[in-house]
Ligand binder design. Structure first.
Ligand code: MN
Ligand code: MG
Length: 643
């Protein structure tokens, strides 16, 4: 104010050129952002129990330090999903708890890094509101989340927004105090996903409706600019209301200047979002507003660069662009680290890291039978059974009280580690007895998230016909050896569906090719498909549990293209499996024998390959016998398919 008066006075006295007196102040402000850290404090994969350079806030911290040095002014934000998502998070929440005054290890790192504000992700609610409050108590940065309100009163559960006073230096070296409004959002689906923790306590509101109310309020309270930290992704489809991924719609709201997005575990700007309407990938904007989504587990740092122009105390964004900086890159299909750890940030969590190593190696439950995948492609198998059991258990609880409650639940699983291109050692092999958390990764290799689809009995049959393409056609009349497994068919596409019973007749031609094309419309390999002991009703509706890959069209299965998804669960199938073991304590993974190869091959000599070690785990019925060596370290087995 004083300077303005002085300048105007100088102008009136004719001592300052006109242009100079009215020249705007230019401030460059850099907004840095992380999201979906999921307790990835260090570059360590606790499921695999080894270092992993694709993750870790201790790595992202090095990018944060570099990005700060390059900029005159910067602020740091996080868009949530911070305290849940790996065994370190589980250890803290389930085993240790947070004593009064104790700071959660990931928040300890964030305190060191000096975050300016954060929000809550959907996973922040997984351990209940009391634990969340205890965790938040140790976080120095304010937590803003506008669209969660108390049940009954409807008053905000969290601080909806905060207007931060940020001292900045303009391009001429002069200081200003900017009022930076920060508002946060979480997908309103939390009340379904975490019903047991939230019911009767909080409600979640539509993101855009809530933003439309608060952004003008922030402006009227003096915010010079509004930054949205949204635990919400970018959707190219028009807004429906109650949207999970609303960040692109936020970019349409007047008064919003920059958006840190998240939740989808993707990178914006980048090829993840090619074709997104109104997106400018070179500038990193949506509808002209800078947006950044920084991957997940600390894989990227989001960088938004704003150029602000100030005149008469009014600030406007003259220019805004964004980029996502990775902590690693792929070179010749190899992952190469681009940064090392920030030593202080890494050191801050060492005690809990050590404790987590003990935790993942320590038994959490017991299996009454060995779990191996040696014969997963030729007979019903415990390594799939335990996964399908866990999935059904989870979805039964999720559907309670919803429109699909009461529909029969089927559960699909495939052997992920079953030799093939992975080699002769590439099998799951867990002995009977105690089972540790790290074994869960062995049973569910991929970080898929759980999905449920709505399918008719007829659709279930086609799904299984596609799976049955895993086998070569066997000619019962032919002499000589006939290999059973089609090498072009990846084992992860051999979906077994539990909840129905069926046999697979490999003497028939495959109905579908490996590309999902109907090649033999008259052929049927699936025999006796039954539900509750009776032939399946082709018109009956079923809920089938699977993963995001399959439900979204992965493997090109008939009837699966993403349009019949009724549950997009926020949890990984692997987490569901781990929670199932944790809850049940003792699991009996014995397969229920719900499917088998039909004994229609007569005297044909049918063989398949598995690990040499499979000879120590031959099924008791004597139908599978060793048949010598095979190439690449595999062993050959013969299976008797005589009626
Ligand atoms: Mn997440
Ligand atoms: Mg089964």
């Amino acid at each position: 104010m004083a300077r303005k008066t002085l300048l105007i006075a100088a102008f009136l006295l004719g001592t300052t050129p006109l242009a100079d007196a009215f020249a705007a102040d230019v401030v460059k402000l850099r907004l840095l952002g992380t999201s979906d850290l999921h307790v990835a404090a260090l570059p360590y994969n606790y499921y695999a129990d080894r270092e992993d350079i694709t993750l870790g806030l201790s790595r992202t911290a090095t990018l944060i330090e570099a990005a700060r040095t390059e900029a005159a002014n910067s602020m740091l934000f996080d868009a949530g999903d911070t305290i849940q998502g790996n065994p370190l998070g589980d250890l803290m929440a389930r085993e240790r708890g947070l004593k009064p005054g104790e700071v959660h290890p990931i928040y300890r790192q964030m305190n060191l890094l000096g975050y300016d504000a954060t929000t809550t992700g959907n996973h922040e609610f997984n351990y209940g509101l009391d634990y969340l409050a205890a965790a938040h108590a140790g976080l120095k940065a304010p937590v803003v989340t506008a669209n969660v309100v108390k049940e009954g009163t409807g008053t905000p559960y969290f601080e909806p927004y905060r207007i931060l006073e940020k001292t900045v230096r303009d391009e001429a070296g002069k200081e200003h105090v900017l009022k930076v409004g920060v508002i946060g959002f979480v997908p309103p689906q939390i009340t379904t996903w975490d019903m047991s923790n939230l019911k009767g306590k909080v409600r979640a509101l539509d993101i855009i409706e809530t933003a439309s109310r608060y952004v003008p309020e922030m402006r009227s309270k003096g915010a010079d600019l509004v930054v949205v930290v949204a635990h919400s992704g970018l959707d190219g489809a028009p807004r429906k209301g109650g949207d999970e991924n609303a960040a692109a719609y936020l970019a349409e709201l007047p008064g919003v200047d920059a958006i840190l997005a998240g939740h989808q575990h993707k990178v914006f700007p980048g090829k993840d979002f090619e074709g997104l309407p109104k997106a400018d990938m070179a500038k990193g904007t949506v509808n002209g507003i800078p947006v950044v989504m920084p991957g997940f587990w600390g894989s990227h740092l989001g960088v938004i660069d704003l150029t602000l122009s100030g005149e008469n105390g009014r600030w406007t964004v003259a220019e805004g662009r964004s980029a996502a900086r990775p902590i690693y890159e792929l070179r010749d299909r190899q992952r190469v680290a681009l940064v090392g750890d920030a030593p202080q940030v890494a050191a801050a969590v060492q005690p809990e890291h050590e404790a987590t190593l003990d935790y993942v190696r320590r038994p959490i439950g017991e299996t009454t039978a060995p779990i191996n995948s040696y014969f997963a492609l030729v007979q019903d198998d415990p390594s799939i059974q335990i996964v399908t059991n866990a999935q059904s258990w989870y979805v039964a609880a999720m559907l309670k009280g919803g429109p699909h409650e009461g529909l029969p639940i089927l559960s699909a699983g495939a052997p992920f580690k079953a030799g093939g291109r992975g080699g002769a050692e590439y099998y799951t092999d867990i002995p009977a007895g105690r089972i540790a958390i790290k074994n869960a990764a062995d049973l569910y290799l991929y970080p898929n998230t759980l999905r449920a689809v709505l399918m008719t009995g007829a659709g279930v049959r086609e799904w299984l016909e596609m799976s049955a393409g895993a086998f070569n056609r066997i000619d019962p009349a032919k002499t000589g050896e006939q290999p059973l497994l089609n090498p072009a068919f990846p084992s992860y596409n051999f979906d077994v569906i539990d909840g129905v019973t069926y046999r697979i007749d490999v003497t028939q031609p495959a109905r579908y090719d490996t590309d999902g094309k109907l090649v033999n419309p008259d052929a049927r390999r699936i025999l006796d498909l039954s539900f509750q002991g009776r032939p399946i009703d082709p018109a009956q509706n079923f809920v089938v549990v699977t993963n995001n890959y399959r439900a979204g069209g992965g493997g090109k299965f008939p009837g699966l293209d993403g349009t019949n998804i009724i549950l997009e669960a926020p949890d990984e199938n692997r987490t569901v499996l781990m929670n199932y073991i944790y809850e049940e304590k003792t699991i009996n993974p014995s397969s229920d024998g719900n499917w088998s190869l039909a004994r229609t091959a007569g005297d044909a000599v049918v063989t398949f390959e598995s690990a040499p070690k499979a000879a120590t785990a031959l099924p008791a019925d004597g139908r599978i016998v060793p048949a010598g060596e095979a190439a690449n370290g595999f062993a050959k087995y013969r299976i008797d398919l005589k009626g």
